[in-house]
Ligand binder design. Structure first.
Ligand code: NDP
Length: 450
């Protein structure tokens, strides 16, 4: 049987582009199909634009802090449209880079939405194409709850990154990664920002001390928290939206943003009809080699709904290409994946939280440090930083590291190498700190928490 291509990748996001480039580099004939802009969620409507806005938002706190360092800070004004325009031109540049990456690797980019019509067949732009293998890398999209008024009145992270007018007051629903990151952005630019969430503390699944520390820090920065509440209805009236909460409170705000999770982008893709096993949330079920229940169809990234992080999708796409076209038998490891929440202040972690470690090991020892960063002493900012090491007592191995505070994402990347290598607490202790830094706390925690 001959096919048009060795590999058709559906989705030119982080995972799909990496798989396509590496596969083409090994000599495979590759087509990549994309219905939107190449770059995918991370580059076009996720990590990159979010972080650019986050950098912008952080200047307001920096300007406040600057006063006590002797700066005479004038009236703070921000021009939202200028920022959105600057962000958009950066995205155009990055999209161009993604297009060139594919072209230079010899992979063909086909613009259009694909439907899978058979184990080796797809249709795009009314044309049928065949491939020996198909890789699904279509990612996920924001999911809206069926609360009355939500679909009509709520924006998601997609629209929040492109608002024409900056909202004076915004209600953000949820307390996961996206909710906290956008709370930092809107609050930083001066919007009165509410965070409504159903749990007692933000960031379910994170270490419980980090969760309470971030709640305190968010309140300290002026975010209005509404824990243990849900939104029961939203009514709109021009640019005023009335958001009713489960306790009867009604907030009137100019925007409401839903950050209540994301769902795999598989609706209408034709996968189930082709015999691909799917989970209840529409996710594609894969084995450790990214293979689905149909042996010619593979999937990587958020569409598989496992660890929904860009670098994980890239690792999965690369491992797929290495194994199938490079003859290198390897899998993408899902163990000890570090991540950061770019809230303000940011959070980062790797490994087990204290609760998970207690359930897994007979004995654990916890070391922690809560301190006012040196910069905050002069600036007068009361905010504390928090760091925690979770150690398996018997082996002395560090099995979890958690931080809330400036640069925690940058700091955790280095710590992640040590944890991935199986570092012990004694290894941390034997490391001499860099002084004066916040990160040195990780190698100077002497006494366990009682
Ligand atoms: P999350 O799963 O992190 O958070 C979803 C939020 O929605 C939670 O607070 C959850 O509440 C709430 N929620 C879900 N269903 C309901 C419901 N029926 N009623 C009320 N509240 C509800 O999703 P996000 O959309 O924030 O992010 C999606 C994924 O994208 C993340 O998990 C992460 O993997 C990735 N991401 C990573 C980033 C990074 O690396 N910095 C940045 C952004 C996204 P509860 O906690 O109570 O379940």
């Amino acid at each position: 049987m001959t096919y048009d291509y060795d590999l058709i990748v559906i989705g030119a996001g982080s995972g799909g582009v990496r798989a396509a480039r590496i596969s083409a580099g090994y000599g495979a004939k590759v087509a990549v199909i994309e219905g939107d802009r190449p770059g995918g969620t991370c580059v076009i409507r996720g990590c990159v634009p979010k972080k650019l806005l986050m950098y912008g938002a952080a200047f307001s706190a920096d300007a406040e802090d600057a006063r006590r360092f002797g700066w005479i800070v004038g009236v703070k004004e921000h021009n939202w449209s200028n920022l959105i325009a600057a962000k958009n031109s950066e995205l155009v540049r990055l999209e161009g880079i993604y297009r060139s990456l594919l072209k230079n690797a010899g992979a063909e980019l086909i613009e259009g939405f694909a439907t899978v019509t058979g184990t080796n067949h797809i249709i795009v732009n009314d044309q049928e194409l065949t491939a020996e293998r198909i890789l699904i890398a279509v990612g996920a999209a924001p999911q809206l709850l069926d609360t009355p008024g939500m679909a009509e009145h709520a924006i998601t992270s997609n629209e929040a990154l492109d608002l024409e007018t900056f909202p004076e007051e915004i209600v953000i629903y949820g307390s996961g990664y996206i909710a906290l990151e956008f709370a930092g952005i809107f609050n930083g630019f001066g919007a009165k920002t509410h965070l409504v969430y159903r749990s007692d503390l933000p960031l379910r699944g994170f270490d419980s001390d980090i969760r309470s520390e971030i709640a305190t820090a968010l309140e300290g920065r002026g975010v209005i928290l509404h824990p243990e509440k849900t939104i029961s209805a939203i009514e709109g009236n021009g640019d005023k939206k009335h958001i009713s909460l489960s306790d009867g409170t009604v907030i009137t705000a100019s925007q409401v943003m839903a950050a209540t999770g994301r769902s795999p982008n598989t609706a209408g893709l034709g996968l189930a009809e082709t015999g691909v096993a799917m989970g209840g949330r529409g996710e594609v079920i894969v084995d450790e080699n990214a293979c689905t229940s149909v042996t010619s169809i593979y999937a990587v990234g958020d569409v598989t709904d496992r660890i929904n992080l860009t670098p994980v999708a890239i690792a999965e796409g690369h491992a797929f290409a290495d194994k199938i076209y490079g003859g290198i038998n390897r899998i993408a490891s899902h163990d000890n994946v570090a991540s950061a929440v770019f809230s303000q202040p940011p959070i980062a972690c790797i490994g087990l939280n204290e609760h998970e470690a207690r359930a897994k090991y007979a004995g654990i020892t916890v070391f922690e440090s809560r301190f006012r960063a040196m910069k905050n002493t002069i600036s007068g900012r009361a905010e504390k930083s928090y760091m925690k090491l979770v150690v398996e007592t018997a082996s002395d191995r560090v099995v979890g590291v958690h931080m809330m505070g400036s640069d925690s994402g940058e700091i955790m990347q280095g710590i992640a190498i040590a944890v991935k290598m199986g570092a012990t607490k004694a290894d941390f202790d034997a490391t001499i700190g860099i002084h004066p830094t916040a990160a040195e706390e990780f190698v100077t925690m002497r006494s366990p928490r009682l």
